[in-house]
Design a protein around this ligand. Structure first.
Ligand SMILES: [Zn+2]
Length: 378
């Protein structure tokens, strides 16, 4: 498997310089599609930024219907809107969390396809990898507003298919954003629950990159550095949502975790997370982190270096104690607290074997193993 080490032009920067960097990066004039939810536009006061982009000569089209966990319907709705206008973007600027950036990636991959976009045609295009072609795609610039997704430095996008109860993906070497502009101050004041769930997503990316079948020494060093930062910065950010230093550290931890798993892909925890999100609406980061402890324990037999991961949490009396202390008063990390019942576990288990993720786990799990892990997480 080839994975260049982050072919993305990455900046970690303040808001003023970040907006300037985007304007500098967009040389020439573009038909620029901006994806950002209404609430993000208001919270981050983005109107002057958009006005400046128009002043630079770009034709700017703002699309604000950003839903969590983009589905084939959400992608089709955006593509249909572009056809209707018509507006063929030459560049896309996604300002938001992982869902917004993934919608941008899906749009970049599919916006040149012929025909009227529908959920069925998007489903088919993803299944047939119709996005693999020589036609030029719009450039994608990602400005993440949470610290967790890593999507700004990976070539993959997740698109959900609720009808078929599955997660589809886009996976292509051209899927990387061209540029990622990370503004840690944009995450200052992010609510506790979102800080926690996105932070745990970053933690899962790092830990899974550390033990993945596709691990390598560089991804492991990036992963350990990310886990160490998140161990300290996530509890600090949760204790004081305005702590700028903790937010800066979380942004870096999330970025390093993203770079680590961009080379390795994720493993059993993410694989099991998809039906948890699809069937029970568990936020992605919680769904991924809920099985980390059970999976780590099993993987330690096959990957002796996991002792290094455990060591990171030594002063916190172990990973489980750290997670429990960090979650205290914010969320309960058990499946039952998200409404999952014992009778639901079989269906979750049946859908938990996501190709490319479960087979990237260093221990190969049977259905019985996954049922056991789900029971432990109940
Ligand atoms: Zn994730």
């Amino acid at each position: 498997m080839y994975h260049p080490i982050c072919p993305v032009d990455v900046r970690v920067i303040n808001a003023v310089d970040g907006q300037r960097a985007v304007r500098d990066w967009l040389k020439g004039t573009h038909r620029l599609l901006v994806l950002a939810s209404k609430s993000r536009c208001a919270e981050l006061n983005l109107t002057p930024f958009f006005t400046a982009l128009q002043g630079d000569g770009h034709a700017v089209q703002l699309y604000t219907a950003i839903a969590p966990n983009p589905t084939v319907d959400d992608v089709a709705a955006l593509l249909a809107r572009l056809k209707e206008e018509p507006f063929e973007p030459t560049a896309i600027l996604a300002i938001g969390g992982g869902s917004c950036i993934d919608l941008g990636k899906a749009c970049a991959a599919l916006c040149g396809l012929p025909g009227q976009p529908t959920a069925a045609s998007v489903r088919e295009a993803l299944a047939d990898k119709a996005y693999v072609s020589d036609r030029p795609r719009p450039e994608l610039i990602a400005m993440p507003t949470t610290a967790g997704t890593g999507s700004e430095v990976t070539r993959w996008a997740t698109v959900w298919d609720p009808q078929e109860k599955r997660k589809l993906s886009i996976d292509h070497p051209d899927g990387y954003p061209s540029a990622a502009v990370i503004v840690p101050e944009w995450t200052v004041g992010m609510p506790a629950l979102l800080t926690f769930s996105t932070g745990l997503d970053a933690l899962a990316h790092a830990m899974e990159a550390f033990w993945a079948v596709n691990r390598n020494p560089l991804s492991q060093e990036l992963a350990i550095a990310a886990v160490t930062k998140i161990r300290d910065a996530l509890p600090a950010a949760l204790a004081d949502l305005g702590d700028r230093n903790a937010r800066q550290e979380m942004a870096l931890g999330s970025l390093m975790a993203g770079m680590a798993f961009s080379q390795t892909k994720t493993t059993a925890c993410h694989s099991i997370s998809y039906p948890l999100t699809m069937l029970h609406g568990i936020p992605h980061g919680f769904a991924a982190a809920i099985t980390l402890s059970s999976v780590m324990r099993r993987n330690a037999e096959a990957v002796p270096e996991i002792a290094r991961l455990e060591e990171v949490f030594y002063d916190a009396e172990g990973f489980d104690a750290w997670l429990e202390d960090t979650a205290d008063g914010i969320a309960s990390l058990s499946l039952s607290s998200f409404g999952v019942k014992e009778a639901d576990l079989r269906e979750i288990c049946n859908l938990a074997f996501t190709p490319g993720h479960m087979d990237n786990n260093p221990v190969s799990f049977t259905q019985a193993d996954v049922m056991e892990i789900l029971h432990e997480s109940l």
